[in-house]
Design a protein around this ligand. Structure first.
Ligand code: ASP
Ligand code: MG
Length: 409
């Protein structure tokens, strides 16, 4: 017998009509003889609404109370879905994270799952019931409710699928899969049938946000396939799965971009051991995320370092760097918050050569200047002026043969 976990995001339970449509999907699965467990998000907009209420009272509300508050959103949608399913004669009951045995650490608002004690859920499924779990939440050692960070229901679903040894974790959302690039920029982008966990993580960190990253990391560790699909149209979505189970491979799987970037350059900083640490230590302590880093070869005993940060961290990073550089007597500090990243991603890169040179040539013919380059085993990223993003993405998508045959009119 097959066993699945079906997760429904906020838009899939956003109204009573959507809850009924979701119940259709669950019911179909149950009637097909598949053991089905469900995880739901809060109705769309509800988590933000709850946060807004607290913020209106107090800007820095107590974090335990915040989790107690925002976890209620999922309880509403889970119970409503159970009510709708029961009406149809499907045996279904809703459970909170506490009731379902989701044990977490105590980091309120960003808790990590320590274990899923799923005996009760297994017993319920065994008796023919559909358990409907509130995503996004758990309970710490003290018995207090915790939440897993925004978008955390994805992670709840994957954790449950692993604990229940499900065959697959279906994640239903309002898009029908992962695309080769953003269809708003390239209408000829197409849905990817199969993508590896690693590629999915790279696509997400480069801007293609569909799943909470932690859910993909967890799925990768336990080799739990995720079927990302739409609850609005009944078509196959994208399978996120083990690389070895994907047969044919093009050189590139997708092109991603991120406009939310800024660049800081330090010129003429003394070149001796400890410089990078002195510079990046305080930036990390301030909780700022550094991404691409390039350091020049040293001439005359000094060197140049350039790095990128998210645009929202730019001002704060600049301030820290200016302080350190004054102390170290660096020659100059320059910033530019008008940059963006474009990446080509694909495990096929491991076996296809010439991907980097093709990427650079494609940009060169269009007169697009590359400011920085960084690579991993399955990704090449360039930093360029933001105004070139659309042109670069289009050109690369086409150069790597990703444009679909049917070109939209
Ligand atoms: N309701 C939570 C949020 O809006 C968790 C989720 O939807 O995954 O972030
Ligand atoms: Mg989500």
């Amino acid at each position: 017998m097959k066993r699945v976990v079906q997760k429904f995001g906020g838009t899939s339970v956003g109204t009573l009509e959507r809850i009924q449509a979701t119940a259709d999907i669950v019911e179909r699965s149950v009637r097909a003889g598949i053991e089905t467990a469900v995880v739901v998000s809060a109705m769309s907009g509800e988590t933000n609404r709850l946060i807004g209420l607290a913020k209106a009272l107090c800007e820095d509300a107590n974090e335990r109370e915040m989790d107690q508050l925002v976890s209620t959103g999922e309880q509403v949608s889970a119970a409503l879905l159970a009510i709708e399913l029961q009406k149809r004669g499907v045996i279904a009951h809703s459970y909170t994270g506490v009731q379902a045995g989701f044990r977490t650490d105590s980091s309120f608002s960003r808790a990590r799952i320590m274990s899923v004690e799923c005996d009760r859920m297994l017993e319920r499924i065994g008796s023919g019931e559909v358990p409907i779990l509130t995503g996004f939440q758990g309970v710490n050692e003290q018995g207090d409710v915790t939440t897993l960070g925004r978008g955390g229901s994805d992670t709840s679903a994957v954790a449950l699928a692993i604990a229940l040894k499900a065959d697959v974790c279906d994640i239903f959302t309002d898009v029908d899969g992962v695309y080769t690039t953003d269809p708003r920029i390239v209408p000829a982008a197409s849905k990817i049938d199969r993508i590896s966990f690693e590629e999915m993580l790279e696509m997400a960190s480069q801007g293609a946000k569909v799943l909470q990253n932690r859910s993909v990391e967890l799925a990768m560790r336990y080799q739990m396939p995720i079927h990302l699909r739409s609850s609005f149209v009944d078509v196959p979505g994208t399978m996120v799965m083990n690389e070895d189970d994907i047969m044919e491979r093009a050189a590139i799987t997708g092109v991603a971009y991120n406009r939310d970037e800024a660049k800081i350059t330090i010129k003429g900083i003394p070149d001796h051991p400890g410089i990078a640490s002195a510079l990046f230590g305080p930036i990390a302590e301030a909780g700022l995320n550094v991404d691409v880093i390039v350091q020049n070869v040293s001439e005359d005993g000094t060197t140049d370092i350039t790095f990128t940060v998210p645009r929202s961290d730019y001002r704060q990073a600049m301030k820290i760097v200016q302080g350190i550089c004054a102390e170290m007597k660096a020659r100059d500090v320059k910033g530019d918050d008008n940059v963006a990243k474009v990446s080509v991603i694909g495990v096929g890169m491991r076996s296809h050569s010439g991907v980097a040179s093709k990427m650079f040539a494609t940009l060169a013919t269009r007169g697009i200047n590359i400011q920085m380059i960084t690579t991993s085993e399955i990704k090449i990223t360039v930093v360029l002026e933001e105004q070139h993003v659309n042109e670069a993405v289009k050109a690369l998508h086409s150069a790597f043969g990703l444009d679909s045959e049917v070109i939209a009119a």
